[in-house]
Design a protein around this ligand. Structure first.
Ligand code: CTP
Length: 234
C-alpha cells in the first residue's frame, strides 16, 4: 500500500550524504568548503554495526568508511548529488543529509581562465535546496534528518527556522567550530520544539550512536502511524 516501504520488512536502509561539493569555476578551479565528511562516515559505520544497510553518497573528501559493508557512491557537484538522490531516495527508510552542499555556484568557464591585470568578478547562481526537494517527494514512513551549521549565537532559533523551512523530522544543529574537528557538540531539534543532545563535545562515533538511536525512535513512531488503521493513530 502507498506509504509503506516498497521492500517491506527487513533491515533499516540508511542513506547518508557527506562531505563538501566542488563547484567548478573553470576546468582547473572550483569553489568548495571545509567539510571533512567524517560524521557521515561515522554514521554509516555505526549503522552497519547495528545490522542496518548503509549507503553513503560521499563528496570529494580524503576520508572513506572503514567498514567495507557500506555502499559508497561518489559525487562532486551539487548537480551530481541531486542526480544520486533522485535514484536513491525511494530506496531508503532514513535519509541523513550531512553533506555541506554549496548554496551558490558559478556558471563554469570552459578551459582555463587566464590571469589579467584587471579584477575578475565571478557571478554565482543559487543551487537547488536538495533537502527541501527530498522532503517534498518523500514517503510518509521515511525519516529525514537535516543539518544546520550555525554560529553559536542564535544557533537554536536558526535551527528551528531551518527545520520548518526544509520540512524534515529532525535538525542537527552544529556550531561552526565542528568543521574539520574530531569532536562534535551538537543539539537535536524536533518539530515539537524538543531539544536534546549533549552540550559537551563527544567523539563523532559517539554522536553517530546518539543520532541513530533518535532516528530509530522516530522511525518506530512513524511506523506505528502508517500501520495504524484510520482513526486509530496512536
Ligand atoms: N542543503 C541542501 N541543499 C543545499 C544547501 C543545503 O540540501 N543547496 C542541506 C544541507 O545538507 C543541510 C541543510 O540543508 O542538511 C542545512 O544546510 P545549511 O548550510 O546549514 O543551511 P542553508 O540552507 O544553506 O542556509 P544558510 O545559508 O542560511 O545557513
Amino acid at each position: 500500500p502507498a506509504g509503506v516501504s516498497p521492500t517491506g520488512p527487513g533491515p533499516e536502509r540508511l542513506l547518508v550524504t557527506a562531505g563538501p561539493t566542488h563547484e567548478p569555476i573553470d576546468d582547473v578551479r572550483y569553489i568548495s568548503n571545509r567539510s571533512s565528511g567524517r560524521l557521515g562516515i561515522a554514521l554509516c559505520d555505526q549503522a552497519v554495526r547495528r545490522g542496518w544497510n548503509a549507503t553513503l553518497l560521499l563528496g570529494p573528501s580524503a576520508v572513506a568508511p572503514a567498514d567495507s559493508l557500506v555502499t559508497v557512491r561518489r559525487f562532486r557537484t551539487t548537480a551530481d548529488l541531486r542526480a544520486l538522490l533522485g535514484a536513491e531516495l525511494g530506496l531508503c527508510d532514513v535519509l541523513i543529509m550531512a553533506a555541506a552542499v554549496a548554496d551558490y555556484r558559478p556558471v563554469p568557464a570552459s578551459g582555463k581562465l587566464r590571469r589579467t591585470a584587471r579584477k575578475l568578478v565571478l557571478e554565482l547562481e543559487p543551487t537547488p535546496d536538495l533537502l527541501a526537494e527530498c522532503s517534498a517527494r518523500r514517503r510518509p514512513d521515511q525519516v529525514l534528518v537535516g543539518f544546520a551549521l550555525e554560529p553559536e549565537d542564535g544557533l537554536e532559533e536558526s535551527a528551528h527556522r531551518k527545520l520548518a523551512a526544509k520540512g524534515c523530522d529532525l535538525i542537527v544543529a552544529n556550531p561552526l567550530e565542528t568543521l574539520e574537528s574530531e569532536h562534535i557538540r551538537a543539539v537535536l531539534i524536533a518539530p515539537d520544539g524538543s531539544v536534546r543532545g549533549a552540550p559537551l563535545p563527544v567523539s563523532k562515533a559517539e554522536f553517530a550512536g546518539i543520532l541513530l538511536d533518535e532516528v530509530a525512535r522516530l522511525r518506530a513512531l512513524k511506523h506505528a502511524r502508517v500501520e495504524a488503521p484510520a482513526g486509530h493513530a496512536p
